[in-house]
Design a protein around this ligand. Structure first.
Ligand code: GLN
Length: 238
């Protein structure tokens, strides 16, 4: 894993229920459009997580595969090793909750996470399903986030992370914020997939590992954003 950008999609066999695998395709497509040779590695839960990847992705899933995924990742240790050597991570929904200290299992029982992010999750009073829009932390300089959420969980952020965004529409973490970030690790509840609907977020992840990127033609992404954001926010689009 040298000389090319290595994207690692974690556990396609467990956590691919919500189409988040599209995040890997968006990163690949946007890197290649900038002339960066790129490869996606699909790491099943029976395989070791490689230490040498550049950007790691993990997605949403149902409660039991989520529990299994957390156990396997904890025993494996490869994701921690990769993040400590400077790799980036985008973790979505079940994958996001797994990165914390604890999350709610299928009966609401506490299940240990892998402690890559200073967050803890539990089950909320009701399932949050629908479109979400949120203003991103100005420190990141990104336009309004758009996505789709579908989760029971609510997430509390500790002092070791910053909220990724503040919700305009939708539930997110459940306290008016959506997602979080620390170093090169981003967690979010957003499906869509998130990077197809937020190409600037894709470029942020890419720029963390390859440096500044030239702009590219985002017309089709922008059309999708305009359509989704105007549906959700009316005239308040970015
Ligand atoms: N099982 C988790 C929850 O309901 C995650 C769901 C998901 O990944 N969409 O909160």
């Amino acid at each position: 894993m040298q000389s090319e950008l290595n994207i690692v999609w974690i556990y396609p066999d467990l956590l691919s229920t919500y189409g988040d695998q599209g995040n890997a395709l968006i990163l690949e497509q946007r890197a290649r459009a900038r002339g960066i040779p790129t490869r996606i590695h699909y790491v099943r839960s029976s395989d070791a997580v490689p230490h040498q990847g550049d950007i790691y992705l993990i997605g949403g899933g149902e409660d039991r595969p989520q529990i299994l995924g957390a156990e396997r990742l904890r025993k494996d240790g490869g994701l921690h090793a990769a993040i400590s050597r400077g790799a980036a991570l985008l973790a979505v929904c079940a994958g996001y909750q797994i990165m914390g200290s604890v999350f709610g299992g299928e009966e609401g029982q506490p299940v240990a996470g892998i402690e890559l992010l200073d967050i803890s999750s539990g089950r909320g009073a009701q399932r949050s399903v629908g479109e979400l829009a949120a203003d991103v932390d100005p420190a990141l300089g990104l336009p309004t986030l758009t996505g789709f959420e579908n989760h029971m969980g609510v997430t509390q952020l500790g002092p070791g992370v910053r909220p990724l965004s503040r919700t305009l529409v939708g539930t997110g973490n459940g306290d008016g914020t959506e997602g979080c970030y620390a170093g090169r690790v981003i967690g979010t509840y957003l499906h869509g997939p998130a990077l197809a609907r937020n190409p600037a977020l894709a470029d942020l992840l890419l720029s963390w590992v390859v440096g500044p990127l030239p702009p590219m033609n985002d017309e089709w992404y922008q059309r999708l954003r305009d359509e989704r954001l105007s549906t959700v926010l009316g005239d308040k689009t970015d």
